[in-house]
Design a protein around this ligand. Structure first.
Ligand code: GLN
Length: 200
């Protein structure tokens, strides 16, 4: 396959920045709000935003089950921040009725670094990249526990959260606690596009 079609879950969150990053990589990128749009996708990005709202809207718009089926069927997916929460099998500090799509054998802690005021930026060593990634964290989750099949791609390198896992991959699923769509570094998106190309 030359150019895959990659969707961005678009019921809530920072959709536009992901569409830009994907378009910059020559991908056919589309906003996904309904099942028919999801059907066209070879892979899906789930952006940052608010995972409790994403969960509710996905149900209201009848996208939750189709999404879960595609993920269970092996469609590559990349979740950033709230998207990471949506892809996690288990949440710590979720709301009482919050559900996730699941797929990644991880436990994520919501708002793990603190509230909005504790949002921060930093340089991270990222598996497979020569130069560090400039990572922007906004009310971010961290990964508290990973299953045996999960590869850790990045951990916080300094400060009070040193060692916390902030990027993972398990087969066709990837997730970062931070926002790689901010700025013009498309290396992490390229990694996902390669994953989609290999899986198709
Ligand atoms: N705290 C948000 C949540 O729980 C995630 C924040 C973000 O995506 N920037 O969904």
């Amino acid at each position: 396959m030359t150019s895959p079609t990659i969707g961005v879950f678009a019921l809530q969150g920072d959709v536009r920045e992901h569409l830009h990053a994907l378009a910059a990589l020559g991908v056919d990128a589309l906003a996904v709000r309904r099942p028919a749009e999801l059907e066209r996708c070879d892979g899906l990005v789930i952006p940052g935003g608010e995972s409790t709202t994403m969960d509710k809207l996905a149900r209201t718009f009848e996208l939750f089950e189709p999404l879960q089926k595609r993920i269970q069927g092996g469609m590559p997916a990349f979740g950033t921040c709230a998207g990471m929460i949506m892809l996690a099998d288990r949440i710590a500090d979720g709301t009482a009725d919050q559900e996730t799509l699941g797929g990644l054998d991880i436990t994520v802690r919501r708002n793990a670094f603190g509230r909005q005021v504790d949002s921060f930026e930093g340089e991270l060593d990222f598996d497979g990249f020569e130069d560090p990634v400039h990572a922007v964290f906004i009310r971010a989750p961290w990964v508290e526990q990973v299953g045996a099949q999960v590869e850790v791609l990045a951990r916080v390198g300094s400060g009070p959260a040193t060692g916390r896992i902030v990027a993972v991959r398990q087969g066709p699923l990837m997730a970062t606690s931070f926002h790689p769509e901010v700025g013009d570094d498309v290396r992490i998106h390229r990694m996902f596009v390669d994953l989609v190309t290999q899986s198709s």
